[in-house]
Design a protein around this ligand. Structure first.
Ligand SMILES: C[S@@+](CC[C@H](N)C(=O)[O-])C[C@H]1O[C@@H](n2cnc3c(N)ncnc32)[C@H](O)[C@@H]1O
Length: 399
């Protein structure tokens, strides 16, 4: 298949028809009877996905893209770069779940020798071809089961795994023991072969449960991109007796928000509470996922609205909060006259936290459409249920 897809005329066709509808491209198939048009259309669809997910790969001419599932499962360029930044340079690494090879391509830059292992033969062929085009050196791509590659004599500075999260029926799975390969059963072997093991998991995995199950966790990185948690990354080594550091990261373009804590510190902390004051703070999604509900407020000297409302408040503006910061304008009701007065265009960005109505119910009852510059928080504070009207302090925060 590589031989056909890499032909210059087919690559030219892909470039010229990148934004055409798949159905209209299929209609062209009879003009090119010798071409594998279905595969070409799949390449076009995958390449379009790469434009935002893998911008520097998108710019590399001639790369072969994998089927949609591998394209969905692969890491994005910005999370792969972030993971690369966590690793010290070393002699030898192995990625036991190579896939499309995004993580491998970035992590391998830090090592003199890097092994890519993948059980799907076609992905291995593509990876070899693409790594050469991308200018990677010092790599070896192996076709086979990851378990086999742990029986060799070699030791590694890093073993990386991003286990497949689909079961036999192609349904998504989350638990570590349901993913392939099963890291729980491989772990003793992994730790005997490597100074450090890096494991990427589903963002839905329970972090505390995974730390308990895995045992030797030194650090956990909860990685969000534009306020959506994309990956959990566990760093493991043989020195297991300690409290893991939890790093909450929100990547935003060229910037990032960072907040570090430990579950021990979170357990020991106590929050102070207040009804909403002049400023309102909403932690980013990585902090909420990690559950740093008390430590985040205390680190910034903020009061929490209520024990189960993960929103924070202050009377003076506190700069540098890792999340969104708002100026509180008013507490309002859903009365039609009040709404017309505050939202002449009947538009608002609505969020609920610990509130008896959903966003959809508030929209239905109020008639407020999505959008505009105003923000409405449905939340419970020290005085009960509130609808808090706010404006965002720095509109660039979301970028
Ligand atoms: C989530 S993908 C990895 C994506 C990769 N990190 C990337 O950035 O492109 C998981 C891959 O692991 C492979 N895999 C699962 N179990 C394996 C095993 N026991 N041995 C080798 N490869 C395996 C799957 O075929 C799949 O391609």
């Amino acid at each position: 298949m590589i031989n056909q897809l890499t032909k210059p005329e087919i690559q030219e066709f892909i470039k010229d028809h990148l934004y055409d509808e798949p159905s209209s491209l299929m209609l062209k198939a009879n003009h090119y009877p010798d071409w594998p048009m279905k595969l070409i259309v799949e390449q076009i669809q995958a390449k379009r996905k790469a434009k935002t997910k893998l911008p520097s790969w998108f710019k590399t001419r001639g790369l072969i893209y994998p089927p949609v599932l591998s394209m969905e499962q692969c890491s994005s360029e910005n999370t792969a770069r972030y993971k690369m930044s966590l690793i010290n340079a070393g002699l030898q690494m192995i990625d036991l779940t190579g896939g499309f090879g995004v993580d491998f391509a970035f992590l391998s830059e830090k090592f003199s020798k890097a092994h890519y292992v993948e059980r799907q033969a076609e992905l291995v062929e593509h990876a070899k071809y693409n790594f050469n085009l991308l200018g990677l050196t010092g790599f070896e791509a192996h076709h086979g089961q990851s378990e086999e590659f742990l029986t060799s004599q070699d030791n590694f500075d890093l073993i990386y795994l991003d286990p497949a999260r689909r079961d036999d029926h192609n349904e998504k799975v989350v638990r570590l023991e349901d993913c392939e390969p099963n890291v729980i059963s491989l772990l003793p072997k992994l730790l005997s072969k490597a100074k450090q093991v890096m494991l990427k998991t589903s963002p839905l995995l329970d972090i505390k449960g995974a730390i308990q199950q895995l045992g030797s966790v030194a650090k956990v990185h909860v990685i969000a991109v534009a306020n959506e948690v994309k990956e959990l990354v566990f760093l493991l080594d043989n020195n297991s007796e300690r409290t893991p550091q939890i790093h909450c990261i929100n990547l935003k373009g060229n910037n990032k928000e960072v907040f570090d804590f430990t579950f021990d510190a979170e357990e020991r902390a106590t929050s102070s509470f207040n009804e909403v004051q002049a400023y309102l703070y909403e932690p980013n999604a990585s902090i909420l996922k990690a559950g740093a509900f008390k430590t985040i407020g205390n680190a910034f000297g903020l009061k929490k609205l209520e024990v189960n409302t993960h929103l924070y408040t202050s009377s003076d503006l506190i700069e540098g909060f890792p999340g969104r910061t708002f100026r509180v304008l008013d507490k309002i009701s859903l009365n039609k006259k009040v709404l017309k007065h505050h939202f002449p265009e009947m538009k608002a960005n609505i969020t609920v936290r610990n509130f008896p109505m959903t966003v959809a119910q508030i929209r239905k009852k109020s008639g407020l459409k999505e959008g505009g510059d105003q923000y409405l928080f449905g939340a419970t504070d020290q005085s009960g249920k509130q609808l808090i009207l706010c404006e965002k302090i720095d509109a660039r925060q979301d970028q």
